[in-house]
Design a protein. Sequence first.
Lengths: 623, 359
Amino acid sequence: MSTYAQKKGFGATVWDYLTTVDHKKIAILYLIAGGLFFVVGGLEAMFIRIQLAVPDNDFISAGLYNEILTMHGTTMIFLAAMPLVFAFMNAVLPLQIGARDVAFPFVNALGFWLFFFGGVFLNLSWFLGGAPDAGWTSYASLSLHSEGHNVDFYVLGLQISGIGTLIGGINFLATIINMRAPGMTYMRMPLFTWSSFVVSALILFAFPPLTVGLVLMMFDRMFGSNFFDATAGGNTIIWEHLFWIFGHPEVYILILPAFGIFSEIFATFSRKRLFGYSSMVFATVLIGFLGFMVWAHHMFTVGMGPIANAIFAVATMAIAVPTGIKIFNWMFTMWGGSIKFTTPMLYATAFIPSFVAGGVTGIMLAAAPADYQYHDSYFVVAHFHYVIVGGVVFGLLAGTHFYWPKMFGTMLNEKLGKISFWLFLIGFHLTFFIQHFLGLMGMPRRIFTYLPGQGFETGNLISTVGAFFMAVAVLILLINIIMTSIKNERVGNDPWEDGRTLEWAIPSPPPFYNFKQLPLVRGLDAYWVEKMEGKNGMTPAEPLGDIHMPNSSILPLVMSFGLFVAAFGAMYHVDDKSWAIPVLVIGLLITFGAMFIRSVKDDHGFHIHKEDLLDDDDKGAKA
Amino acid sequence: MRKRLQKWRIASLFAILALLLAGCGEPFVSALQPAGEVAKRQYDLMILSTSIMVLVIIAVVVIFLIVIFRFRRKEGDKSIPKQIEGNHKLEIIWTVIPILLLLILAVPTVTATFDFADTKAMEKKDKDGKTKDALVVNVRANLYWWEFEYPDLGIVTSQDLVVPTDEKVYFNLTASDVKHSFWIPAAGGKMDTNVEGENQFWLEFDSKKAENVKDVFYGKCAELCGPSHALMDFKVKTKSRAEFDQWAADMKKVKKPVAEGDLAKQGEAVFNKSCIGCHAVTPNDSRPEQARQAPNLATFGERERIAGVLEHDEENLKNWIKDPEQFKPGNTMTGTYKVTDEQVDALAAYLMGLKVEEK
């Protein structure tokens, strides 16, 4: 498709992306937007580390610090990690199952634009009176106590982007269930597809509790209800339960796709099929299931009583078993293999010890009585950064290098990739390892400063130094991306040479219809099976025929924009601004108007004719 | 590649070295230097879980190192390794062993969970409704200050918690504005002070460990509660049972503080005009909780810190009264009174003279 895009002017390309319903372009949109928010969240992290480098620092003030720490967490989870995960799911998943697109391309675009406008809304808070300041968990008593519109941005922004995530999840579920190529049975699906499948199911069940919590809080803050106001008979603990019933599965929503990416990378660069494929699938499903059973381990100190604490402690420990299975399976995938240490493979191998370190502290945290010490201390900060950075971010960086050629048709520079990998790895451990000890030495989390003489100085300074290593690593990655894009050396179907799954059987980037003829899948690692029999590509499962494609549409963007406008109305309505209600109404009219148009206007899409596909042959070969 | 690995090793070595330099934290605030039964058992549980986890880590690291060094691809090697589907025996091993390890950890976890929640002693009351043989402290957390009420002794104090050593001290925990969390790292893990309901738990303070830290432990708020969350510290003063009884008796005796000297007398007048609406100066404050809007100042002259964080001297006290916002942003005292510089001097003299213990 890029061959088409290159012929267009700049304006036309922008319009193309604003209206696209093509999963590959939506993937690029997710990658750009998520990457942008990742940099923003990273800058916030740097401010935090600079402030804490020395005791009694006044680099940033107390209130501003709380805004930064809240936005760092919220941005990284909802606006960086989630969309980046979605970027790879969009880019790779339909290709891996041999589909021409996702089940609902229009909804896919809508999901992106909702996320995007929600994220923009949330970040506009910086310029409109102050960002949310009650932590990414936004516990009810503090968030209701917080004055101004700060927390309103959180409540409304996350609702909008949350809808986007939810419909994205539903879309992937439908896609995987219905659109697998002939022969692609469930137990032949690549592990990234499997984990995306489980993750989509988790999204389906985990996001509604968050939405419910946010709606209740919205009513409390903006429309005078008292769900969480203890003085009026409300209960703040309900918020904590709702948040963590979402929040705990959420971390699995982030980590499972990373597991999927690693599974692909380990197999590819060891030239070996995944060890214990079926137990890997089983472990993934089990992790997803158990993920819903353990939310209250975030609340051991809330005072739930010893029975609840004991049950949730033991349930949490159980998760270590399927996770352990995965770790050993990955190592035995490499065992006996022929390992090539490319940049993605470096991230994947470094992930194993890093994630194991985060996993074992997870077990330590599961021991409820000991957690009374760890809870809300820097030990927890260290733990979740070990799993989220050591797991999710390593996975996303590995995926970025691994799938870059498939998404953009050109390879990221390996040398720069490796330099940034080593800097990132060193910086990561330097920053977070010491934080375990800071927590045990009595340093609570979310503090904007600490007094000298409590033994926190050295650890914090080391941690800050580590953060700079990571910042430089990300900078080098950005330089790498820019240089690669300028050089733009085109690559073929299988640039890593050891590709195993369907996506490597088609050009990089794939034509906009993906597969000219749907492939016939004859086993796990479909493309590898064909390669081992000496074939060049997949055996087609159907004769060459017309391909039905969806039309582009600006409506997803318009619908999302309407909600974005309406959110401002809802928020300023509290201040008795006369324009607030009209703005709310106009925003909703835009959204519902766009939905109405979508409903009544028939859009049958278009067909690519057989003859055009035959013409395309030459281009495909060139690309 | 190998060179880079060495570099990485040096970095980690450096990290470990730095750790040693930092030690295990300061004994008055570190969970790694337990000073009481709860903290000790929690520490033991940490050590147990860490040892089990180190076993796991060693197993993983050994396999990991063998794999990444032995199975590295040679330049130009085009061979295809054997495609292995799996191995049931191995897979069963790494499913069963972790389950066993977790069971070993689960047993003490569950036992300790129930032991730490055992506050039955709080419920045994005598005919006056007083707790029979346990010391109970009601902890009330407020935006950036702590109140400690001894309901059976009729004493209210703030910021400095006074407890006897070598016996269980029981706590009722609640918050009056937003959620906070009550944490004395050296004595034991934390418990949240919620805005609804009361949480109960107990701690114990070891007299020998208390000696090491000159009878003062640090307490912290562990739950984000607003801009000055980081500054919501309190101190724990430990005393032997006999000293504690003496202290309690002294506290109960106090009727009305006597200001000594002209300046202090002027200060008392200012105080009674501008401050007394919120701050009480006698430990037997019988007003209801809602009326106790600010820290009780009966023992102010004996406090460890001004406002929980500043060194305890008159200069800091004056600065604090002049502009509390500068030291604790978002506190509820800022802007509720107006005093001139001379009045501040008088107030400081008065407040520094508020003492209970006869020394």
